[in-house]
Design a protein around this ligand. Structure first.
Ligand SMILES: Cc1ncc(COP(=O)(O)O)c(C=O)c1O
Length: 516
């Protein structure tokens, strides 16, 4: 069955506990795979990625690692490294934007990469400029500091946003703009359209208003509707689309949808390089931005005695100092690599694996029938990506400490992520934390940290603050998901957690026995 609408279809696979290498185990894996493919036949069409897994990502299986943190960072293919190294080995590359041969060669690489990125996102050069940044956060900060917020203007953002988007509110606040958050509905954590509408209508189109939202949530995996871009623009908003968690596994076509600002990091798309992100600015919005300073590389002319400067036009005004040019050379390699696979193949692969993961997680039960897992966000693959946030519960319905779960996963060579994933808003909604809870948290003052906050929330009767996140990406395969599900199944009927020789009491998080 390959339906996107099978909300609560029960998993059929017996996961058992943590078995050894028996023939039985092999049979169970084969049975599970056959069941998976029968339910998600489109997976077979993505076999190219199995070939790449065996070659480009062989280090995963050589090291017995299950990597499930693609929303944190994608993995690089071996050939990306080889090509990047070969390019640097065989070329003389200098600081760009000067007349020497070494500089010209590098400038050509940088400018070609700029054009390729625009072309990858189907953005016409007549519509967009591309600014190289250090990462998505630096791209977001550029928008925040340059946007002409003023008294009477609005900054509207969704509860579901990375902190680097939340942080823009400090620029907005400092310039006197009104700040509003668009709420999410429970339990799907999607934008509440009925409550968003009046917020969009509240802006005075004559003022500078900014609406910011993620194309895909880095917490719940929800894909927020892209048609909100044009809708908000019609109502007088500039729109910032944070595409950092969306573009690694989805097609973004900037001819079909034209946000005023798009932000992303390349390591999230193809693992290598780190340290390069991008801000795409729609030309019609570019003229409104006002940089609060200037730097080397951003000016056509600057004088000390005259104490004045003339900013360079277009992207150059936003690229402070020397670009990370050697890494930018690797962006072109990464883009070509993604294109050789085809982003639609990656989307399909992630959809199949996520669909199976969700169904099997929801089917996990303790012997007494209680659910072992609570998933935050949509339970099907409809309008959601491969990021799954959840918590585990014991047979009495008590939350298992996610920090311990992460340590146990690590002992099994499984890479997950836990906490709030720099997205506090969606976490607060998902876990039922109120404004009063959060204000109480801030009374802890400078001593506030996860530990003290969790203790306070427990005192206030809250069930959890934080979650476990598993995310699927281009190098994921069936075996990864199988091993992860088998790990989750090992919590069946568990009322205490053991790490190595150490046992913990789940309720108090106290060590109750150690092996020494
Ligand atoms: C949706 C989203 N936006 C922004 C960011 C920030 O990216 P970076 O840390 O590369 O600046 C992330 C990182 O996880 C993200 O998932």
């Amino acid at each position: 069955m390959d339906s996107q609408g099978s909300q609560t279809r029960k998993g059929r696979i017996k996961m058992g506990g943590m078995p050894g290498n028996s023939t039985d185990e092999k049979l169970r894996v084969e049975e599970a795979r056959a069941d998976f493919v029968a339910r998600f036949p489109a997976y077979e069409k993505t076999a190219l990625l199995d070939d790449l897994r065996a070659t480009e990502y062989r280090r995963l299986d050589e090291r017995g690692q299950v990597y499930l943190d693609y929303t944190g960072a994608s993995l690089y293919a071996e050939s990306q490294l080889q090509k990047h190294f070969e390019l640097m080995r065989s070329s003389v590359l200098g600081n760009p934007h000067s007349a020497s041969p070494a500089s010209v060669t590098m400038t050509e690489h940088v400018e070609r990469t700029r054009r390729q990125i625009l072309s990858y996102f189907n953005a016409r050069a007549a519509d967009y400029v591309l600014v190289f940044t250090q990462n998505a956060s630096a791209a977001l900060k550029l928008v925040g500091e340059s946007f002409p917020f003023a008294p009477g203007s609005h900054y509207l953002l969704t509860f579901d946003n990375h902190n680097s988007v939340n942080g823009i509110r400090e620029f907005a606040r400092a310039k006197g703009a009104a700040i509003h958050y668009a709420p999410l509905g429970m339990p799907n954590l999607r934008l509440d359209g009925a409550r968003l509408e009046p917020l969009l209508d509240a802006a005075d189109p004559a003022r500078a208003n900014l609406f910011a939202y993620p194309a895909q949530s880095n917490f719940s995996g929800v894909k927020h509707p892209l048609d909100l871009v044009a809708k908000a623009q019609r109502k007088g908003w500039r729109v910032l689309l944070d595409a950092a968690a969306f573009v690694p596994t989805n097609r973004l076509d900037l001819t079909a949808v034209q946000p005023d600002f798009v932000t992303l990091s390349f390591y999230k798309m193809f693992g290598h390089p780190t340290g390069v992100g991008a801000l795409l600015i729609r030309r019609s919005a570019l003229a409104e931005l006002k940089r609060p300073w200037f730097a080397g590389g951003t000016v056509n002319f600057a004088s000390v005695q005259g104490q004045a400067h003339v900013l360079s036009p277009n992207e150059a005004a936003f690229e402070d100092g020397t670009l990370n040019y050697l890494s930018i050379a690797a962006v072109e390699i990464g883009l070509l690599y993604l294109q050789s696979i085809g982003i639609d193949t990656i989307t399909e692969r992630v959809r199949c694996l996520t669909g199976w993961l969700l169904e099997e997680m929801l089917a996990l039960r303790h012997t007494n029938g209680r659910a072992m897992v609570r998933i935050y966000g949509p339970a099907t693959t409809e309008a959601r990506g491969g990021t799954v946030a959840f918590n585990l519960y014991d047979p009495q319905g008590h939350l298992l400490d996610y920090r311990r779960v992460e340590e146990l996963a690590g002992a099994e060579n499984i890479s997950l992520r836990t906490g709030c994933f720099c997205n506090p808003g969606v976490g607060e909604i998902a876990e039922g934390l109120t404004e009063e809870d959060m204000r109480a948290g801030f009374t802890l003052g400078a001593d506030i940290n996860l530990q003290s906050f969790l203790r306070l929330m427990r005192e206030r009767g809250r069930k959890s603050a934080g979650a476990i996140r598993a995310s699927i990406g281009l190098a994921s395969n069936f075996a990864d998901v199988w091993r992860f599900l088998r790990f989750l199944a090992s919590f069946r009927d568990q009322t205490r957690l053991t790490i190595g020789d150490v046992s913990f009491d789940i309720e108090s998080c106290r060590i109750i026995r150690d092996g020494s």
